[in-house]
Design a protein around this ligand. Structure first.
Ligand SMILES: C[S@@+](CC[C@H](N)C(=O)[O-])C[C@H]1O[C@@H](n2cnc3c(N)ncnc32)[C@H](O)[C@@H]1O
Length: 229
């Protein structure tokens, strides 16, 4: 497998409106388990979000763009609640199939979901203390990437955190082996490996972001695009 260049033309099965709905549902439902294993949001919560939440005299408004099944936002709300902090979380996704899974899952305190784009929220004059995403950036073509970044800057008053995979051969091999127990009956194996091939190296991502952003490595095989505090 050649991973030296980003495979930006490779489509993921979940983006096909006609993909198998049962496999897609299982994929979205299992993102929670996958994200807990690979995404590093526990560390990002402790180092980035908790200080922001603790600093505010009210529940922080947190927007998750491309929330999928919504597990990242639910997890952040539960972590915050455990620390005696509160968030008012909104997860948005343009795909109604993802929203259906997000809305069926066990609710978390202060978290709601809505079918919307970030551009619609900008037009509505919405503002959030923090704007986050997980596994969104690698999904986007050039125009959509620029739009999401520009919208994030407008929507966030304090902090933007876009988390994604760092493309590498080691990440590819680790995922190919590690996903085995969760993959049956889902799109996780094919789309996960395609996601890695579509994802960025730190240098590539830094090169695509405006100068006011920086790229960090919060965990193994991870990238975090950060703007703000
Ligand atoms: C790989 S999934 C990640 C879902 C979720 N964030 C997670 O980590 O489990 C990518 C999600 O981005 C959504 N998406 C695709 N293009 C988007 C865009 N331009 N703006 C917002 N969300 C988008 C898709 O519908 C899909 O639910």
């Amino acid at each position: 497998m050649k991973l030296s260049a980003r495979d930006e033309w490779l489509a993921e099965l979940m983006d096909d409106p006609d993909c198998d709905p049962e496999r897609l549902r299982r994929t979205l439902e299992r993102f929670g388990a996958v994200n807990r294993l690979v995404s590093g949001w526990g560390a990002v919560y402790r180092t980035r979000l908790r200080p922001l939440l603790a600093d505010l005299p009210r529940p922080a408004r947190v927007l998750d763009i491309g929330c999928g099944g919504g597990d990242v936002l639910r997890r952040l709300a539960r972590l915050a609640a455990r620390d005696g902090l509160a968030i008012e979380g909104l997860g948005i996704d343009p795909d109604s199939r993802a929203l259906a899974v997000a809305e069926r899952a066990a609710p978390a305190p202060g978290v709601a979901f809505m079918r919307a784009t970030s551009t619609e929220l900008v037009a509505a004059g919405e503002r959030f203390d923090a704007v986050i995403s997980n596994h969104l950036l690698h999904h986007l073509d050039d125009d959509a990437f620029a739009t999401v970044i520009a919208d994030s800057e407008t929507l966030a008053t304090r902090l933007c955190l876009h988390s994604d995979i760092a493309r590498s051969r080691a990440a590819y091999l680790a995922f190919a082996v590690g996903i085995t127990p969760l993959a049956p009956g889902s799109l996780l194996r094919v789309d996960g490996l395609r996601s890695i091939r579509r994802s960025y190296t730190p240098e590539e991502l830094a090169g695509r972001l405006p100068a006011r952003w920086r790229v960090e490595r919060p965990a193994a095989f991870r990238l975090l695009a950060v703007r703000g505090a």
